[in-house]
Design a protein around this ligand. Structure first.
Ligand code: GLU
Length: 298
């Protein structure tokens, strides 16, 4: 029977094809959902057309299906949800939490300090309430609090940030008119009723910003588990930039077994289809056995 208190998701960005690191995230979030008798949703994060690769979204879905990773319900496309992001943006605007920012990166970075995820915005435009007439379109930033935002991660343990010191006022709507990941992800997780987020550790640094936005929008905070990253021999995360090879569909069983090893599952028996490997893995899954340390695949 389905457990209504667990809704998980896999949220790929179609900026490239799936690779071993994304397969690990897909498999871990799938197994965690299924081990809890929960739902597992797929959301296509196609919000940044300049960075996207033609055909990647359908290729990703085809690859998930080929690995037996069957999602529940319809796939949601962020590119079709602007109205929802706009409603949240208006809600934050009414609370006077956001302001337009006309600074170019070059100008403000001269007076900024380095935080935990890049430069901390120096607050130059903080006192602007509404856009100035006849100027270029601004970016819109949210004011962040000075208190600590802390949460407990199922793999990492306790994690905290002081957003004012570590991150700074961050962008929700970019000057080029595109919604920022931080806003869209929070709005969608809330709209889709996501209760558990299992994703890569590269996003750990974003989580306090997302919890802050949940608080401002009166949305619940889901449970978080940030998975260890798969890295190459230079300690770099596998990604498009580090030339991660796309998954070879002729090697599905080998690749799934490889991912199971990284996820500390016991050796799987011989099976006929990739789906059978996943079915075997569900009762063997234990998120709490995962170590937070990066795993070198070479
Ligand atoms: N779309 C993001 C990515 O591919 C993941 C977002 C998330 O899981 O919160 O890195």
């Amino acid at each position: 029977m389905e457990n209504p208190t667990y809704i998980g998701r896999f949220a790929p960005s179609p900026t490239g094809l799936l690779h071993i690191g994304s397969l690990l995230t897909a498999v871990a979030s799938y197994l965690d959902a299924k081990a809890h008798h929960g739902r597992w949703l797929v959301r296509m994060e196609d919000l940044d057309p300049p960075r996207e690769m033609a055909g990647a979204a359908s290729h990703i879905l085809h690859t998930l299906a080929a690995f037996g990773l069957e999602w529940d319900g319809e796939v949601v496309y962020q590119s079709q949800r602007h109205a929802l992001y706009h409603t949240a943006f208006t809600q934050l605007q009414q609370q006077q939490l956001i302001y337009p920012c006309y600074c170019s990166r070059k100008t403000w970075q001269q007076a900024a300090h380095m935080g935990v995820d890049g430069w901390v915005y120096n607050g130059n435009c903080r006192n602007l309430a509404s856009p100035a007439p006849h100027t270029k379109p601004p970016a819109w930033r949210i004011r962040v609090p000075h208190h600590t935002i802390a949460f407990h991660d199922a793999i990492i343990g306790d994690y905290a940030q002081n957003l004012a010191h570590d991150i700074g006022d961050f962008v929700l709507l970019r000057a080029d008119g595109f919604w920022a990941y931080q806003l869209a992800v929070v709005v969608d997780d809330a709209a889709q009723g996501i209760t558990h987020i299992v994703r890569g550790q590269d996003l750990l640094v974003s989580t306090p910003r997302q919890i802050y936005l949940q608080q401002c929008l009166h949305a619940p905070t889901p449970h978080y588990a940030h998975l260890p990253l798969l890295v190459n021999q230079h300690g770099q995360k596998w990604s498009k930039q580090t030339l991660a090879p796309a998954l070879d569909l002729n090697q599905r069983e080998t690749l799934l077994r490889q991912v199971f090893t990284y996820l500390n599952l016991p050796p799987a028996p011989s099976v006929n289809r990739p789906q059978d490997l996943l079915t075997w893995a569900i009762p063997h899954w234990n998120l709490h056995k995962l170590s937070p340390h990066a795993i070198c695949t070479e």
